[in-house]
Design a protein around this ligand. Structure first.
Ligand code: COI
Length: 362
């Protein structure tokens, strides 16, 4: 994927933020009775669907998020699309939807990028092409059961930072009382719309109070860290005399298996020589100051440093207290996060070797 961007749009790429922008085309595949067609590129960004489609009322829909980068050698490559293909297959299987094959997913990604090649931001701009595959049941049904017909759309949009300032701006996070993201044996581990809409209202309320991102604890005991509304959680222990740290991230059935988090674990262990711990993390460990750096990670947010976590706790008399925890000095981005971030984005931009063959096509 190297075509010259002769008609490159005139964007201020670094200032795009995270918003939908119309591009040339998206691709749509359709299936009936478990069989997918070959997909077609469509320019008009609207759908006509039945008012009783299962996606609309029972939420039979799942999605993915991945990114394409224009790399140092001028080629356009996608970060670990096979991992996203495998994850949407898991989401589909859980929701009894007809999954795409890995090959079909990759074929769709390749065709939609090719059709929108001039929207892949330039090398060095700090921006990328966000790829959003979305799958939904389109059969008309009113009783609760799985659809026999699906649409699988992949659209793209150029993006830069999700949270203003990205990696250079630590955000404030809130653990809100009496709001949960996912049930212990619910759907928190798959990428379905329902997990996100569950946090929309509380996220809106938190944002109005100056917290761009909500952090959730486990809904059964409100003791262990789960994830942010938009992304996974990880923390770093202070560096020892040799610069070695531990990368610590929650283990839970009800959090999304983030491709970025898995990749950062590998970068931390294999490229930086740090320890990696995927385990239950009691929030009290944060309050005790066990970690000197904390961040959100995901495709959209990349690594977003967290400068403060405020924890709302309901007391026995029903009153709410807010326990404030400042991470580091609250405003400076830690050295560990900088190292990890540079390792990841240097692979994505082709500025360092890609030892795990993450960039596709190789
Ligand atoms: C992503 O990081 O790709 C996501 O899908 C999260 C979403 C809130 C933008």
């Amino acid at each position: 994927m190297t075509k010259l961007d002769v008609n490159a749009p005139n964007f201020n790429w670094g200032e795009l933020g995270f918003a939908y922008r119309q591009t040339n085309a998206h691709i749509i595949f359709k299936s009936k009775g478990g069989k997918w067609d070959n997909g077609e590129l469509v320019t008009e960004p609207f759908l006509q669907m039945h008012i009783a489609a299962t996606a609309l009322h029972y939420g039979q829909t799942c999605f993915e998020g991945l990114k394409a980068f224009r790399m140092k050698d001028g080629k356009v490559r996608v970060f670990r699309p096979q991992a996203n293909a495998e994850r949407i297959i898991q989401s589909c299987e859980y929701c009894m939807m007809t999954p795409p094959s890995v090959e079909m997913f990759l074929d769709g990604v390749k065709r939609v990028i090719k059709a929108n090649i001039e929207y892949v931001p330039p090398y060095g701009s700090g921006a990328s092409l966000y790829i959003r595959p979305v799958m939904f049941g389109i059969e008309s049904k009113v009783g609760l059961s799985s659809s026999d017909e699906y649409a699988f759309v992949i659209f793209v949009t150029p993006v830069s930072d999700y949270y203003k300032g990205g990696m250079s701006n630590p955000v404030k996070s809130l653990i809100m009382a009496e709001t949960d993201r996912a049930a212990p044996f619910g759907t928190g581990h798959i990428k379905i719309g329902g997990n996100y809409v569950a946090t929309v209202r509380s996220s809106y309320l938190a944002k109005k109070r100056g917290y761009p991102v909500l952090l959730f604890l486990d809904s059964a005991t409100r003791t262990y860290i789960e994830e942010f509304a938009t992304s996974n959680f990880f923390a770093l222990t202070p560096a020892d005399a040799n610069g070695k740290r531990a990368y610590v991230t929650p283990k839970s059935h009800s959090i999304l298996n983030s491709v970025t988090n898995m990749s950062l674990e590998i970068c931390a262990k294999e490229l930086l020589g740090w320890d990696v711990e995927r385990r239950r993390i009691a929030y009290s460990e944060v309050e005790e100051g066990k970690f000197d750096e904390i961040a959100a990670c995901g495709t959209a947010v990349v690594i977003t440093p967290v400068g403060e976590i405020d924890h709302e706790v309901v007391k026995e008399d029903g009153s709410v207290v807010v326990n404030k925890h400042v991470v580091g000095d609250g405003v400076t981005v830690g050295e560990g996060l900088k190292k990890l971030y540079n390792t990841l984005v240097d692979i994505q931009n082709g500025e360092r070797e890609d030892p795990f063959q993450w960039m596709w096509p190789a």
